[in-house]
Every structure is written in C-alpha cells, then in structure tokens.
Ligand binder design. Sequence first.
Ligand SMILES: CC(C)(COP(=O)(O)OP(=O)(O)OC[C@H]1O[C@@H](n2cnc3c(N)ncnc32)[C@H](O)[C@@H]1OP(=O)(O)O)[C@@H](O)C(=O)NCCC(=O)NCCS
Length: 389
Amino acid sequence: MTSAGPLDGVTVVDLTRALAGPHAGMMLGDMGARVIKVETPGKGDDTRGWGPPFVGPNEEIATYYLSCNRNKESITLDLKSDDGKQVLTKLIEKSDVLLENFRTGVLDRLGFSMEQIQEINPRMVILSITGFGHDGPQTGRAGYDQIAQGEAGLMSMTGPNPQTPTKVGVPIADLLSGMYGAYGVVSALYERERTGRGKVIRTSLLASVIGVHAFQGTRWTVGKDLPKAEGAFHPSVSPYGLFSSADGLVQIAVGAESQWQKFAPAFGFEPNDPAYATNGDRVRNNAQLIPAINQAFSAYSTPDLLAKLNELGIPCGEVKDLQQVYEWDQVRSQGLVIDVEHPVLGQIELPGPPLRMFDGESEWKREHTAPPELGADNDAVRAWLGLDA
Ligand SMILES: CC(C)(COP(=O)(O)OP(=O)(O)OC[C@H]1O[C@@H](n2cnc3c(N)ncnc32)[C@H](O)[C@@H]1OP(=O)(O)O)[C@@H](O)C(=O)NCCC(=O)NCCS
C-alpha cells in the first residue's frame, strides 16, 4: 500500500492491540505511513472480539475493531516462535517506527527490549504505551480505559453530580494515549532528520488524561479548589451549559463579556445588574441565573430559540445523537465520513480523519482502505521482507 502524503515512505510496525496503540497507528496511517499490524495467530487483536455489535454474514466482525484499524495491513506472527522472531527482526530492520502497548517487561521477555530493537535498527522510533508508566511504584500495572478514567481523576469531574462518577462516552484515555503517542512519534521522526537516530517515546493512559486536565488541573494545583462533577455546566464560565427550551434542550456558551452584553437584554436581563455584571459574578450566582435563563427560554421552541441566539451571535447548539451527526451535511462536507470497500461487508462508511492537509488550494487526500482481515497481508509482507510465504 503506498500513498503520497506527509508520512509517505514511513513504515510502521504496529505490535499494539485494543485501542490506545492502534489509534496511534491509525493516525500515522491517515498521514500516509504504511502501517503493518502484527497480530497473534488465530485470534488477532482483542478488539476483534469486542462486541456486540458484530456484523457480517456470520456476525464475525466487531464494529469496535473497524473503528481503529483503517489503512493498515495485517500479518499474524507467533512472537514466541523462531519464525515469528525472525520475521519481526526483519520488519524492524526495514521499518521506521515501532508501536507497542504490552505490559512492561513483555517485549523484553520476547527478546525485543528497547536496546535490542535499537541495536537492530538505530534509526527506529519506538512508541511504548503503558497503563500507569514504565517506572515508579505502580509500573507493570495493567491498564484499561475504564480504570484510567477513574484513577486519573476524570470520573470525579464528570457526571450529573459528585455522587455519580461517570465516564466519558468514548474511551478517551486510550484515544489520548494514541494521540499523544503519534505526536511523539512525529516529533522523533523530525529529530531523526537531524541526528540520524531514533528515540523511545513513552506515554501512559494515566499521563494522557493528566495531559488534558487543563483548567481543572490548575484549579486544584494552584487554587486548591477541588473540581467535582457539575453536570453540563461550566465551573468557571457562565452562562455556559445545557438549558431547556419549551420543547427540548439548547446549549449556550457565553464565553465573553461582549456576548453577555448582547445576550442579557434579549432575554430580559439587565446586563450591568451587579449580580451578573461580570463572568465571576454570574458564576457565583449560577444558582439563580440558570433557572432564570431556563424560565426565559421556556417561551421559545428550540428552532426559534436557536435562530434568535444565532442572530445575536451567541454560540449555541443542540445535543445530537450519532445518527444525526453522521447524517449532517456539515459533517459530510468536511470529509468526516469515508467510504471503504471491505472484503466481506462490501462498501461501508467509517468516521473520517480529523485533519485535512492543503498545499495552496489543493487538498491532499489519501485513498483509505478498510481495516484488514486477520493475516490478510501475510504473504505480501513476507515477500517484501524476502522471506518464503
Ligand atoms: C492491554 C493489557 C491490559 C493487556 O494485558 P494482557 O492481556 O495481560 O497482555 P500482556 O501485554 O501482558 O501480554 C500477554 C502475553 O501475550 C503474549 N503475546 C502478545 N502478542 C503475542 C504474539 N503475537 N505472539 C505470541 N505471544 C504474544 C505476550 O508475550 C505476553 O506473554 P507473557 O505474559 O508470557 O510475557 C496490557 O497489555 C496493558 O496494560 N497495556 C498497556 C496499556 C494499554 O495499552 N491498555 C489498553 C488500552 S486500549
């Protein structure tokens, strides 16, 4: 599979499974890298079994697997066998990037420690993802998104109230590890242009969530104000959240004083009322302001309210389900739904890549391929390595 793009010519050996590592591989593939996914014979990536939903004539394909493996090739290798070790060694010789998200120590036991990999190929950029870190008192601890969302504090800040810790609706700790990981890989590839040498990049589910604590992190580290779940409202900006119209729900985000000056008179508030004059005043008085806004909004249907808010230039919107999202012409206009031809399922739609690349007016678009079937590229990859099928 070749494709001219920013990472054209970069070959990635992807030893990862589940979501964190595969997401990193998919991001590199989106940019044109060749990604060779190495899977356990007979079983493959764990996500091949993560369902329902399963699709296909015999319900054999997990839609979970389809979410994070576009634009890859699949080979099966028993990494505990001589043959598997030989093929992996050849792959390392001929590749630029290696991704792994085993427990700490697994690769060393297989005979592919970081040092051994870099001895085989000093230019190799290695991304290594763990649950909680490669060292420290809890190294080696297995990690899945559910656990990381709780242990990294995310669940304590999410949900309707502090008594109901809630996880984000997508495995955000996994996805962030993959995203930070891909960012590390691209940075190391850039550095390699200068130094001629690869690097080992380490991240974890724990690190990736802390990496996005943002204002909630400094709220605690500096302000000693402990964040807690506050539903669909913002702890530091107001009015900012989910409100009710006469017939549904409407979101508003009044993030600037100039917006408040327009919003307030349009809905019966005195903009310079001392209770609401500044953002800080409004946040402190949210207990009165939120019901008062709901009261004002109850005079409008959702479409009328959104039209009025849009006319005023107030950032606003609905709460859409995924059917509405994927049918939305704005989503489709951004290339956020792609068609791929799957050998069993025929043409299927997948969520598309979130980055677009332009050279002047001309947009680079890669030709996307469907997530591969287990071992689909065994022969082709072995032939490329100069090995018998
Ligand atoms: C994901 C995770 C929880 C899975 O744990 P696990 O099922 O116990 O898997 P491990 O990584 O410990 O590997 C299990 C075994 O499979 C073996 N294995 C993996 N791929 C193999 C292959 N292709 N051929 C032969 N053996 C293979 C490993 O060598 C290891 O064997 P060992 O225990 O004898 O050393 C764990 O790997 C982890 O915490 N990873 C880091 C965080 C992460 O990425 N989590 C997933 C987020 S989506």
